[in-house]
Write a protein that binds this ligand. Structure first.
Ligand SMILES: Cc1cc2nc3c(=O)[nH]c(=O)nc-3n(C[C@H](O)[C@H](O)[C@H](O)COP(=O)(O)OP(=O)(O)OC[C@H]3O[C@@H](n4cnc5c(N)ncnc54)[C@H](O)[C@@H]3O)c2cc1C
Length: 454
């Protein structure tokens, strides 16, 4: 996911960092409570570790047989651990993940969006003239968004770009570049389709400053660190939460658990599916938020080759013809990061969703057709692949949340709002300004823990 168009909010970042520091310095509680945290992703683990640290009796119930949720480091290649969920700490300066990674003793490697080669529709590096046109159109694209954000009604990002820039009057060559800009800066970042992203709110994301970094040994390092000493029960799929009496009852596939308070940190996609029954039913503000916020599609395809045949830049980008919108347009070179000949292809939005229905062989054939167009027919087939399908995952049903046409940022506060003093909500989708990120999820978990211990 590429954080290239972030709206920075240093003040907010500083305030959040201050909140998290003060939380961790609080002493033990005088009235310990039984608290269940549903979900062992980073939000749930952050909440559980804060609460356990204050002396509460905390149980984490996790449906999967592993920790981390959308943080998932695969060890399938022993010499090159790869992250199938999130990879990056985005903007490390002031980001609470940076301090946590340091505490965990994690080794971080920075990547740079300036280290990039762009390939044109025909597979050749962009000519100087086309690169200059791309730069001009990036400005026009931004101008169109500014217009759209002042327009009297909200429209999809695609509608805004096409109507503000008088699409029919543009050459096919310019349309290709604009579609590529929309894909690489909006769809690949926010995971929503250009047909669904709200022009008003798609980029209402706060951030920090500085470089982006990946974990040399994978994000798992952080998860294992946060999970130390916690009582976590794996393989517990929650199907019902009853908070109609003073003791909250949580039903799973293997029994019923009771607690004074419950923190729900399951992904928005799971709430949308309605696989957890709430008694009493969730308030209408919360169900409206669940229905209206979008859950995006974003998938990774790791290809491991016998040798490296591509240049050593961090990023390789390809401008597809319009009939292949968003297809294999972004690649990360893991040669420098892992020391192994591995390429990672990203697909987001509509194409990211479509290919989930394909077999691995079909996905690899499609990826290889693209790479052969760029690097020639002689390049070898991959020796091994790892492919994600986050939107089919029954404990995620999507990659991460986005602001969909019809949604408003305030709906994230509705999603986060506690119910009575018994039910609390965490997870990336509940963070108004830092949704879709690992740090947003972490901060949401700390916020829910603070609410639950009050
Ligand atoms: C492919 C991909 C790439 C990404 N890249 C980045 C990146 O580079 N940087 C970044 O900042 N962010 C990135 N993100 C987003 C980031 O991964 C998420 O925002 C963050 O990990 C979400 O954490 P969470 O705790 O809110 O949710 P989750 O990690 O999804 O945790 C929720 C937990 O609830 C569990 N659960 C679900 N249903 C039930 C149930 N019924 N009963 C019990 N447990 C249940 C799940 O199994 C899961 O463990 C990426 C996401 C994806 C998918």
């Amino acid at each position: 996911m590429n954080r290239r168009t972030l709206l920075k909010s240093a003040t907010l970042a500083a305030a959040m960092a201050a909140v998290s520091t003060s939380q961790t310095s609080l002493g033990a509680t005088r009235s310990p409570k039984r608290i269940i945290v549903i979900g062992a992703g980073i939000a749930g683990l952050a909440a559980a570790s804060q609460l356990a640290g204050r002396g509460h009796q905390v149980t984490v119930l996790e449906a999967r047989t592993r920790l981390g949720g959308r943080l998932w480091t695969s060890q399938a290649w022993a010499d090159a651990p790869v992250d199938l969920g999130a990879s990056w700490i985005h903007e490390m300066d002031g980001n609470p993940l940076t301090a946590l990674a340091e505490e965990a003793g994690a080794r971080l490697i920075t990547t740079s969006y300036d280290s990039v080669i762009d390939y044109d529709v025909n597979g050749r590096p962009l000519s100087a003239a086309r690169a200059a046109r791309l730069a001009t159109l990036k400005d026009e694209y931004q101008w169109a968004i500014d217009q759209g954000q002042r327009h009297s009604i909200d429209r999809s990002l695609r509608n805004t770009i096409e109507s503000e820039l008088d699409w029919a009057s543009l050459s096919n060559a310019d349309q290709e570049l604009l579609a590529f800009i929309t894909n690489s800066t909006a769809e690949q970042e926010y995971a929503g389709s250009r047909n669904d992203l709200s022009t008003y709110w798609f980029d209402s994301l706060g951030g920090y400053d500085g470089d982006d970094a990946v974990f040399a040994e994978g994000y798992q390092t952080l998860i294992n660190f946060l999970a130390r000493g916690l009582n976590i029960q794996l393989g517990q799929t929650v199907s019902a939460i009853d908070s109609s009496t003073s003791t909250v009852k949580v039903t799973t596939n293997s029994g019923t658990f009771s607690a004074d308070r419950v923190i729900v940190s399951v992904p928005l996609g799971v709430l949308k599916k309605g696989t957890i029954r709430f008694t009493p039913a969730l308030p209408s503000k919360k169900t409206t938020a669940i229905n209206k916020l979008g859950m995006g599609h974003f998938n990774k395809c790791y290809l491991r080759f016998p040798t490296q045949f591509w240049p050593q830049q961090d990023w390789l980008e390809y401008i597809p013809p319009q009939s292949q919108h968003g297809q294999w347009s972004q690649w990360l070179n893991l040669g420098r990061l892992t020391g192994q000949p591995v390429l990672l292809g990203f697909n987001a939005g509509d194409f990211g969703r479509q290919i989930e229905a394909w077999s691995d062989a079909q996905i690899v054939a499609s990826a290889m057709a693209r790479l052969r167009l760029i690097f020639g027919q002689q390049i070898p087939d991959p020796v091994s692949v790892q492919i994600t399908r986050w939107s089919q995952d029954p404990f995620s049903y999507g990659a991460y949340s986005f602001n969909k046409l019809g949604a408003k940022p305030a709906m994230r506060d509705d999603l986060a709002a506690p119910i009575g003093n018994r039910l609390f909500f965490a997870g990336e989708a509940t963070h108004k300004n830092m949704f879709a990120t690992v740090h947003g999820a972490l901060l949401s978990g700390r916020r829910a823990a603070t609410q639950a211990q009050a």
